[in-house]
Write a protein that binds this ligand. Structure first.
Ligand SMILES: [Zn+2]
Length: 94
């Protein structure tokens, strides 16, 4: 299934997992995920990655807010690294 809504879900997946979407958008996401296996899979995957990172970084000293910020940053860095690597293979920055 390739619905136009899928695009919106895919661009909002990080905000969704961060709980930063307004309630109406979160509701839209939840509803779409029940109908669209592809998007549901994407959210499950992203969620699993975050759970993994959370396990690695879990320190009782760190407030939850900070941990969320760290997780978001790690996710963004991972995405950027992947994009950079694909765009410029073999080009090492000095
Ligand atoms: Zn979808």
């Amino acid at each position: 299934m390739n619905h136009p809504n899928c695009r919106q879900v895919q661009t909002s997946v990080h905000d969704f997992l961060d709980g930063e979407l307004p309630p109406s958008s979160a509701e839209f996401m939840t509803e779409h995920l029940q109908r669209c296996p592809e998007c549901a899979h994407l959210v499950r995957f992203e969620s699993a990655v975050r759970a993994r990172i959370r396990d690695c970084c879990s320190t009782e000293a760190a407030p939850p807010e900070l941990r969320v910020r760290i997780m978001t940053r790690i996710t963004h860095v991972v995405t950027q690294v992947r994009v950079t690597y694909q765009e410029r293979p073999g080009d090492v920055e000095r």
